[in-house]
Design a protein around this ligand. Structure first.
Ligand SMILES: [Zn+2]
Length: 445
């Protein structure tokens, strides 16, 4: 019988990762002769939620097994519990792992509803109660706690995708620093870019692919073709022996959060702004004040090119800004810019006129009453208009430091012809054949 399984929140600040857990779960099902014919999906949810863990990712996959729904649930919940107890230590660290399971036939019947749930999870905040009610009404088997929200959302993802290949470390290395030959990353980047992205930060001269902290991920490679990701993996030289790898289909780098916009806190929004003023703060952040909205836009220094662009904007320019709505210190809304499209550049500025006789700046007589030279009393009715040259051009600007969901401007989301069934079966076959399966046996019954 065919099932769809979603899992989430199997990581913690100490160890573990939901993608790692899902790979081990797939391995376990593969060993039980379940048929797996598609790559698992890695779904990133609303990037603006402050209480998310590192990446706010959940996983879903389809399996065809010779067991009942009840038996499958037992297996998933058992493996989940062992993983969280023995590997991620998540229960002690306030993690709330969860899962969601559904028969494939039923899944097809409620696909529209699941897709709406996913859309909401990627663009808004879904309360636990609502997720539980949704599961009950749609007869989705759920378990665990808050993680069930992401688990259900992962079932509903069926849109544009890219791929991520994740490599995992052997358990004895989890506490060690990650060491990789940087040259090999740059070499792979030079061969495969732009089919692979975000490999290396040439500005800071350090790799972008490495995971941080004590989670089992060594590195993640992102791109639009899984075969190329495998070639890239074979070029990159990690300075330790890795445990296994997995490839996921993912909503990363496809802009899903920009499809479903809102106006509440932690939603992503998008708006046109005619600029009133630009303020550059101490530290380099830029505040943009606009004419159509009371919401201030902040462009953080860390956004590099986007921040440099913002510093060049002037009163009268027209821009289209996309970003996250966050509460500011006085509880009003601010918009954290993620992308700016420059629609119009004002190349004229109005200035207080110079006295034609004394060549000194005149002074205002009063609001709308004109200007006068203090020395010779020469009078002018209005400001003078002056043409200025601009250092920027119209177009789309965004930070080179991508958030997971943001699509790089140059990325072409074409779908390669691949045999997913062959690919996932090769990966799992390699996984079960590895000599040291210590991590996998830790969560086996
Ligand atoms: Zn004068």
């Amino acid at each position: 019988m065919k099932f769809v399984v979603g899992v989430d929140d199997h990581d913690s600040t100490k160890a573990g990762c939901t993608t790692h857990f899902s790979s081990i779960l797939l391995e376990k099902l593969f060993l039980k002769n379940c048929k797996i014919s598609e790559l698992p999906k890695l779904v990133r949810l609303n990037p603006n939620i402050p209480w998310k863990t590192r990446g706010n990712a959940s996983i879903s996959f389809i399996v065809d097994c010779n067991i009942s729904l009840c038996e499958l649930e037992q297996l998933v919940s058992d493996t989940s519990e062992k993983y969280v107890k023995k590997i991620s230590m998540g229960y002690n660290l306030n993690r709330k792992p969860g899962y969601a399971i559904l028969e494939y036939d039923k899944y097809n019947l409620i696909k529209d509803k699941l897709e709406s749930f996913y859309e909401r999870a990627v663009s808004d905040v879904i309360p636990l109660d609502l997720a539980k009610k949704f599961a009950k009404n749609n007869k989705i088997l759920i378990g665990g706690s808050r993680g069930l929200i992401g688990s259900i959302a992962a079932l509903g993802f069926d849109e544009d995708y890219t791929f991520e290949l994740l490599t995992y470390r052997k358990i004895e290395n989890w506490n060690k620093d990650r060491d990789v030959d940087n040259k090999s990353i740059m070499e792979a980047d030079s061969i495969f870019f732009p089919k692979v992205v975000a490999n290396y930060d040439y500005f800071k001269n350090k790799p972008l692919i490495l995971s941080h902290g004590r989670d089992p991920v060594f590195y993640g490679l992102r791109g639009i073709d899984p075969e190329i990701l495998i070639k890239e993996m074979n070029i990159i030289k990690a300075k330790e022996e890795l445990d296994f790898f997995m490839i996921f289909k993912t909503n990363q780098m496809t802009d899903p959060h920009l499809k479903y916009l809102g106006t509440r806190y932690y939603q992503t929004t998008s708006m046109k702004i005619k600029i009133n003023s630009i303020r550059i703060m101490k530290g380099g952040h830029v505040i943009i004040e606009g004419g159509y909205s009371e919401m201030l836009v902040i462009v953080y220094r860390e956004s590099r090119e986007l921040n440099s662009l913002a510093k060049e904007l002037k009163r009268g320019d027209l821009i289209h800004v996309s970003g996250a709505i966050k509460p500011s210190f006085n509880n009003s809304k601010i918009l954290e810019a993620e992308r700016i499209e420059v629609l119009y550049l004002n190349d004229q500025i109005n200035e207080i006129p110079l006295c034609p006789i004394c060549k000194r700046r005149m002074e205002s007589v009063g609001k709308d009453k004109g200007y006068r030279c203090k020395r010779c009393k020469t009078f002018a009715n209005s400001k003078t208009t002056k043409s200025i040259s601009r250092n920027i051009t119209l177009g789309l600007y965004q930070s080179p430091l991508y958030r997971h969901l943001t699509k790089p401007i140059y990325l072409n989301l074409s779908k390669p012809e691949i045999n997913e069934e062959e690919l996932i079966n090769n990966i799992l076959s390699k996984m079960i054949k590895r000599q040291d399966r210590y991590v996998s046996t830790m969560v086996s019954s």
